[in-house]
Design a protein around this ligand. Structure first.
Ligand code: NAP
Length: 491
């Protein structure tokens, strides 16, 4: 286990990261299999850390620890749990710069964006600390004169959490916070590319004084083995997953035998629709925000830009102008808007989708070829995109904006809904009747109307169709971590 100076030299508090798993309140710095894996900076290729490569054995230990810790954690008063969570929130905000540095170094997104993610991630800890004290039940008029019926809510139990690399902090806190507030304990497996942000959260929880076993992290490259143990182990009562729809399907199959509860935040294929009556400047700003945040590597980013014929040329010209101002580079440098893609494989996928689109007649207005250095990819604008192109069906996960021209409202609703995904959709229009019709017709869990930014802890985030189920954030988010029990009392 090592942290290199490429990481520690950049931190005010180098002890914020420990390069090991966190199990039952202890740092597990050696893998019983003697294996380690490297975490690298995608912008420079530098090695940041070597982490013990944990697998089934450690996962089982972590589950045992979480299982043993859960009753006492749930038995604390809601205020006691909330107070610890508020302490964690304060620490996250205090250490936001270091946490953002860790995030940028391991994942690549620009530092300001990373800092935004840290504060967004922390906001879930604060929100659910508040919600812990509002886990209300019900009383129901009895069905006979001598019965009294009440409903209480209790924690689900041990929760297995699996998170992706694109938001290594916030995707974890969105699950950890409601779980802790509800009285659940957690075993988390972060993505192998970005375990350091998760380990830093564990460190802050240690400093905040959370009891051992309440939160455990198993970093490792053997995702299938760790996932299998989490899904098969009867001590785990729920799996909360954010990642691709394909892996979501695997986990659902694995959880079938144990009938585990699940929350699934899966892939997206967001349409971004601009009607003729849209505010052009607002629509372009929204498209930039939605498409290019995190270099286009977000589940809610605009994947298909539909523009009505009457505004098409003006929109494309204005979008191109704005895109020309975006700077690509190392996210630790000032003024960078777009960092590297996560891996070479991600670049290859973007290239494949572009080759397919070009082959089917799409026209490249700017960008379209890798920058030849690390995994940097330039902002790319395509026009003449059509529904037969692969990028109309698959997540691009890169800074590529394909523009599709459409004529009528009915046509664009049909195109927008023609996908198995249903996470986020966006549209820009001013006619209030149309706004109402379109908002209701889009088959998505989240609809941004005249805005490209929809993520906040106060609203329910989640999808329909094959984008998954369950909601994160808001008053609804905690329900995913609670069981309902009905008490029938004869008097
Ligand atoms: P991924 O390949 O599904 O990986 C996500 C997590 O699952 C990682 O921790 C990964 O571990 C793990 N994993 C992979 N195979 C597994 C298996 N067989 N069993 C158990 N765990 C397994 O997805 P990704 O490429 O990292 O992330 C991008 C995807 O996440 C996109 O589809 C994006 O839309 C989606 N996403 C959705 C949301 C949402 O809120 N709906 C938010 C963010 C991202 P390793 O890293 O070790 O392989």
């Amino acid at each position: 286990m090592t942290l290199t100076s490429a990481l520690t030299d950049k931190l005010d508090e180098p002890h914020l990261v420990a390069a090991g798993g966190f199990i039952n309140g202890k740092w597990n710095t050696v893998s019983s299999r003697g294996k380690v894996f490297r975490v690298t900076n995608p912008a420079t290729g530098e090695v940041l850390a070597q982490i013990p490569d944990l697998s089934t054995h450690a996962t089982r230990d972590a589950i045992d620890a979480a299982y043993a810790a859960q009753p006492a954690w749930a038995a604390l008063s809601a205020k006691e749990r909330a107070d610890l969570m508020k302490k964690l929130h304060r620490l996250m905000v205090e250490k936001a710069d270091d946490l953002a540095t860790i995030l940028t170094l391991e994942m690549g997104k620009p530092f300001n964006e990373a800092r935004g993610e840290i504060l967004y991630g922390a906001s879930f800890i604060e929100w659910f600390a508040e919600e812990a004290r509002r886990i209300y039940g019900d009383t129901i008029p009895g069905h006979t004169a001598n019965t009294r019926i009440s409903v209480i809510k209790q924690p689900v139990g041990v929760v297995g959490v699996i998170t992706p690399w694109n938001f290594p902090n916030a995707m974890l806190t969105r699950k950890l916070a409601p779980a802790l507030a509800a009285g659940c304990t957690v075993v988390a497996k972060p993505a192998a590319e970005t375990p350091l942000s998760a380990l830093a959260i564990a460190r802050l929880m240690e400093w905040a004084g959370f009891p051992p076993g309440v939160f455990n992290i198993v970093p490792g490259t053997d995702a299938a083995a760790i996932g299998e143990e989490l899904c098969a182990n009867p001590k785990v009562r729920k799996i909360s997953f954010t990642g691709s729809t394909n892996v979501g399907r695997i986990l659902m199959r694995q959880c079938a035998d144990g009938i585990k509860r699940m929350s699934m935040e899966l892939g997206g294929n967001a349409p971004f629709i601009v009607f003729n009556d849209a505010d052009l400047d607002a629509a372009v700003d929204g498209a930039i925000a939605s498409k290019f945040r995190n270099a286009g590597q977000t589940c809610v980013c605009a994947n298909r830009v539909y523009v009505q014929a009457g505004i098409h040329d003006a929109f494309v010209a204005r979008l191109k102008e704005k895109m020309e101002g975006l700077r690509v580079g190392n996210g630790m440098e000032e003024g960078i808007d777009i960092g590297p893609l996560i891996t070479d494989k991600a670049v290859a996928k973007v290239e494949d989708l572009l080759a397919d689109a070009r082959g089917q007649g799409a026209s490249v207005q700017m960008g379209g070829t890798p920058m030849g250095e690390a995994t940097f990819y330039p902002p790319t604008l395509l026009t003449g995109a059509t529904k037969t192109m692969r990028l109309a069906r698959e997540e691009i996960f890169g800074p590529v904006a394909p523009v599709f021209k459409f004529e009528t409202e009915a046509e664009v609703i049909e195109l927008a809904n023609a996908t198995e995904f249903g996470l986020a959709a966006y549209f820009y229009a001013r006619d209030i009747s149309k706004v109402t019709r379109v908002a209701e017709a889009l088959q998505y869990g989240i609809v941004g109307i005249n805005t490209g930014l929809i993520s906040t802890e106060v609203a329910p985030f989640g999808g329909v169709k094959q984008s998954g189920f369950g909601r994160e954030g808001s008053k609804y988010g905690i329900e995913d971590y609670l069981d309902i029990k009905y008490l029938c009392l004869a008097v």
